[in-house]
Design a protein around this ligand. Structure first.
Ligand code: SF4
Ligand code: ZN
Ligand code: ZN
Length: 306
C-alpha cells in the first residue's frame, strides 16, 4: 500500500484510516511529541531535564526526541537508568548496552541502584509480597528519580509513558478509588516541597507507534521485565487493547475523557498536602506511599508513626 505522497507505506493507522510512509509516520510521531509539550507547558528554554531511561523503546524514543528538540529549544538533558536488581533482566552486559544511546547522542548518563538507594532489590521485594511487585517498583522508582533530579537541581523529570501507559495508569487510579490522582497527574504540584515536576511528552503517541518509531530509528535495546505480566496493569492493557481493536480510536477518546474529568475535578477539589510523618515528603495522607511500602516490607506497623 502507498502513503499519500506515493511512497511505500510502513504502517496503517486504523483510527484515521491512513497508510503512511517512513517519513510521514516519523513526522506524525514528532508532531504529537511537540504538541503534548505545548498543550501541557511541559518544557521551557533552559530547563534541566532528568530522563528516566530504562533502555526500552519508550525511554529510548523519549531521549532521542528530547535531544532533537534541544537543537531548537536549549535544554540540558541527563539520562538516569535505575537498576532494579532483577536476575537475568539487567546484568553488566545490559548496562554496557544501555550506555550506547546516551553516549551516541552526547547525553550525560548515570546509573542508580535499588540496592544502594533502598537496601533492597526487586527480586528481594518479590519474595516478601504476595501480589504484584510492580506497585512497589513504581513507587520506589518514582522516589529514586525524584531524589536524583532534586540533587542534580534538575527542573523536570521526563518519563517515557506513551498513550497506552497513561490510559492504563488513569484506569488504575479509578480502580483503586483514587480519582483525585487524576488532578495531580495532569497538574503536577510544581516546585513545592521537593517535588520535581514530572512530564510525559509521549502521552499522545500509542504504544505500537512508539515501537515502530524505535524500530525505524534503531532505538531501544531492553526486553520486557519478567514481572510485567503479573501486574493488574497487564490485564487492563489487554482489555484496553481489545476495545481499541474493536473500536479504533478508543485510547485517544479515553485520554480526552480523563483530561476533561481532571479539569472538572480540579475546579472543585483542593488537594490538601501534609508532611509525611516518617520522612517529611509531601503527601496527601499522613505517611507517604514510599514509607507505607517500606514499613509493610519490614513488617512494621504504620500506626507507630501516626
Ligand atoms: Fe518494575 Fe514491574 Fe516495571 Fe518490572 S514490570 S520494572 S517490576 S514496574
Ligand atoms: Zn509519505
Ligand atoms: Zn515518607
Amino acid at each position: 500500500m502507498k502513503c499519500h505522497c506515493g511512497k511505500e507505506a510502513v504502517v496503517y493507522l486504523p483510527y484515521s484510516k491512513r497508510y503512511l510512509c517512513r517519513n510521514h509516520f516519523s513526522t506524525l510521531v514528532e508532531k504529537r511529541f511537540r504538541r503534548a509539550i505545548r498543550d501541557f507547558n511541559m518544557l521551557k528554554k533552559g530547563d534541566h531535564v532528568v530522563v528516566g531511561y530504562s533502555g526500552g523503546k519508550d525511554s529510548a524514543v523519549l531521549l532521542y526526541l528530547l535531544k532533537k528538540l534541544s537543537a531548537k529549544m536549549p535544554i540540558k538533558i541527563t539520562a538516569v537508568s535505575i537498576i532494579e536488581g532483577i536476575k537475568d533482566y539487567r546484568d553488566q552486559e545490559v548496562e554496557n548496552e544501555l550506555s550506547k544511546l546516551p553516549e551516541s547522542l552526547g547525553i550525560k548518563h548515570i546509573f542508580k541502584y535499588y540496592k544502594e538507594e533502598l537496601k533492597l532489590t526487586i527480586d528481594e521485594i518479590a519474595k516478601k509480597v504476595r501480589g504484584s511487585v510492580c506497585s512497589y517498583c513504581g513507587v520506589f522508582k518514582r522516589y529514586i528519580l525524584n531524589e536524583t533530579a532534586r540533587k542534580l537541581k534538575a527542573t523536570k523529570v521526563a518519563i517515557g509513558h506513551n498513550l497506552d501507559d497513561v490510559v492504563e495508569t488513569l484506569y488504575l487510579n479509578l480502580i483503586r478509588n483514587e480519582p483525585l490522582r487524576l488532578v495531580r497527574y495532569f497538574n503536577p504540584i510544581y516546585k513545592e516541597g521537593g517535588f520535581v515536576p514530572r512530564i510525559r511528552p509521549l502521552m499522545y503517541v500509542p504504544e505500537k507507534e512508539v515501537a515502530l518509531y524505535s524500530m525505524l530509528h534503531n532505538l531501544g535495546v531492553i526486553k520486557e521485565c519478567p514481572y510485567a505480566h503479573k501486574s493488574l496493569r497487564y490485564f487492563i492493557r489487554k482489555q484496553v487493547n481489545a476495545m481499541e481493536e474493536r473500536f479504533p480510536g478508543t485510547k485517544f477518546k479515553l485520554l480526552r475523557s480523563f483530561i476533561s474529568l481532571a479539569n472538572e475535578l480540579s475546579r472543585n477539589a483542593s488537594v490538601k498536602l501534609n508532611r509525611c510523618k516518617r520522612c517529611g515528603a509531601l503527601t496527601t495522607s499522613k505517611l507517604c506511599m514510599k514509607c507505607q511500602m517500606e514499613l509493610a516490607l519490614k513488617g512494621e506497623k504504620v500506626e507507630d508513626y501516626l
